[in-house]
Write a protein that binds this ligand. Structure first.
Ligand code: PGA
Length: 343
């Protein structure tokens, strides 16, 4: 038993510490926790004394974590995760699905994940969902820091050990302005598409990686006209006649201007990819996270009327463990009906 810390530190102090780190300010932490600022300072002083080293340092007006503060941050994250799992398991024993679910969602998945959350939250009204939408770099950083319960992304990382379960197909399609000379053409060779000026997503985007991989496979070079950091900007630039582009068909769900954009029929397209739900290997999923994972496995039932274009395969084929160091995908179980979770 760590008797010294048990006698001198308290969960309340850790809660105050967590709020300060998350909000970057003593004042905002005090507001969130309905405490006075002197109380917050006192709690941190006691925690600092218990740890025996400074937890924060102030440079100008900003506060930063010291090395000891960062270590404590990792431990307190784990402690709170254990407590919330405990709460959820007790609720589960009472027959309730209750607690928080933190999702880290890659930019392009924001087009359909919020729609999926509707039926989920109606079915489980006691589950509070928070969703962080970010680019791939930031989502992978959150994943390696274990900041959320589950991550939704189109391409599992190669350098982090994760469990990644495909749950929905993610066809990538070629977009051109409606009046493009190739708009009515059939089976356009990829070589012909390579002659068109291209609009590409930012470096590191999953959509861009998949597009570049397809061209590289046929030794073709993309004629990049412009790099744009968002799917919406790309759609507008395509309509504006700046070039053609490849995007997930799921970006076309909401207010897709059908009369202003054309989907080109190009050899090798749609690129059939999948959306994955992922979490760090070894992470113990909470009851709530498992409930959401199981819900995602039936996701095609909820999305039928939401997605206008589903590609050739409507459901994802199997369950993968991505072992990563060597980026091997190890197939664990497969069904004909779509993905299943191996228990
Ligand atoms: P994005 O899409 O990174 O291009 O937003 C996700 C993915 O397809 O991996």
């Amino acid at each position: 038993m760590p008797s010294y810390l048990i006698r001198h530190a308290s969960l309340r102090q850790l809660q105050v510490f967590e709020a300060i780190v998350r909000l970057g300010s003593f004042t905002r932490a005090a507001e969130e926790l309905f405490l006075t600022q002197p109380t917050v300072s006192m709690q941190i002083k006691k925690l600092t004394d218990a740890v025996g080293m400074p937890l924060f340092e102030q440079v100008g007006k900003r506060i930063y974590l010291t090395a000891a503060g960062r270590t404590l941050q990792n431990f307190s994250r784990e402690i709170f995760e254990h407590f919330s799992r405990l709460e959820m398991q007790v609720a589960d024993l009472k027959g309730l699905k209750k607690g928080g679910l933190r999702l880290g969602v890659i930019t392009t998945a924001k087009y359909f994940i919020p729609r999926l959350l509707g039926p989920f939250c109606r079915e489980y009204p006691s589950i509070d969902v928070s969703m962080k939408v970010s680019n791939r770099e930031r989502i992978l950083e959150r994943l390696s820091n274990n900041e959320d319960d589950l991550y939704i992304l189109g391409l599992p990382p190669e350098d982090i050990d994760v469990i990644a379960v495909p749950f929905l197909s993610n066809p990538l399609v070629v977009l051109a302005p409606a009046d493009h000379p190739l708009a009515q053409a059939k089976e356009i060779p990829l070589r012909r598409l390579a002659e068109e000026p291209f609009l590409l997503r930012e470096y590191g985007s999953g959509t861009r990686i998949a597009t570049e991989q397809l061209f590289a496979k046929y030794n073709l070079k993309i004629k990049m006209r412009m790099e744009l950091g968002s799917n919406e900007a790309i759609k507008q630039a395509v309509i504006g006649g700046l070039g053609v582009s490849v995007l997930s068909s799921h970006t076309l769900t909401l207010d897709f201007p059908v009369d202003r954009l054309a989907l080109l029929d190009v050899e090798g397209f749609p690129i059939e990819r999948h959306w994955y739900v992922a979490y760090p290997k070894g992470k113990q999923l909470s009851v709530v996270a498992n409930t959401f994972l199981e819900y995602l496995m039936q996701v095609h039932q909820h999305l039928n009327d939401v997605l206008p274009y589903k590609g050739k395969n409507k459901s994802a084929p199997s369950y993968y463990r991505v072992t990563n160091q060597n980026s091997d995908e190890e197939k664990l179980a497969a069904t004909d009906e779509g993905p299943s979770i191996k228990k």
